[in-house]
Write a protein that binds this ligand. Structure first.
Ligand code: GAR
Length: 186
């Protein structure tokens, strides 16, 4: 049985979708949800779904190895970032080589990098009148949104779309593809 930890900072709708997708899976278990934000919606979702959670501070993450110890003591083999907004520190990347993936709400390499997350991305896409947006699932390295791309899917952006309507289209792509892409990596 492979054990996955999900890291999320906000609402956690992707985390919930992934947990539900793997509920009956015999090979993959979503064992733990990690968050840097005790008020994040993802915590309540994890509680409701019966998945353990762990909250950590900036100091825990960047100046200690508490998160790594928690991952190891729970025998986590693979990490999924689903709306996680902090840069992954080097010690974690080294401890989990090619076993941390992220979803980004745009077609990387466009609209990636520091500050480019969530609604900021969708606002930039609409302001630039891009005809399309989408999702990118990629391996995580030491830079923001920079690792090798595993999968992309596109949606159209129309002249009357707003950042909110683009966010909705992108979330739909995320719900459809992210769990299946994770499954295919095992
Ligand atoms: C998702 O759209 C995800 O792609 C994005 O945050 C949203 C989280 O939604 N991630 C990033 O912007 C990472 N740079 P959720 O909390 O409802 O799953």
């Amino acid at each position: 049985m492979s054990k996955i930890a999900i890291f999320a900072s906000g609402s956690g709708s992707n985390a919930e979708n992934i947990i539900n997708f793997f509920k009956e899976n015999k090979k993959i278990e979503i064992s733990l949800v990690f968050s840097n934000n005790k008020n994040a919606g993802v915590i309540q979702r994890a509680v409701n779904l019966g998945v353990k959670h762990h909250i950590f501070s900036r100091t825990d993450f960047y100046n200690s190895e508490k998160v790594l110890q928690k991952l190891k003591s729970n025998n986590i083999d693979f990490i999924v970032l689903a709306g996680f907004m902090w840069l992954i520190p080097e010690y974690l990347i080294d401890a989990y080589p090619n076993t941390i993936i992220n979803i980004h709400p745009a077609l990387l390499p466009k609209y990636g990098g520091k500050g480019m997350y969530g609604m900021n991305v969708h606002k930039a896409v609409v302001e630039n009148r891009d005809p399309e947006s989408g999702i990118t699932i990629h391996y995580v390295n030491k830079e923001y949104d920079d690792g090798n791309i595993i999968f992309q899917a596109k949606c159209k952006v129309k002249a009357n779309d707003t950042p909110e309507t683009v966010a909705k289209k992108v979330h739909e792509l995320e719900y459809e593809h992210f769990p299946k892409v994770i499954e295919q990596l095992f």
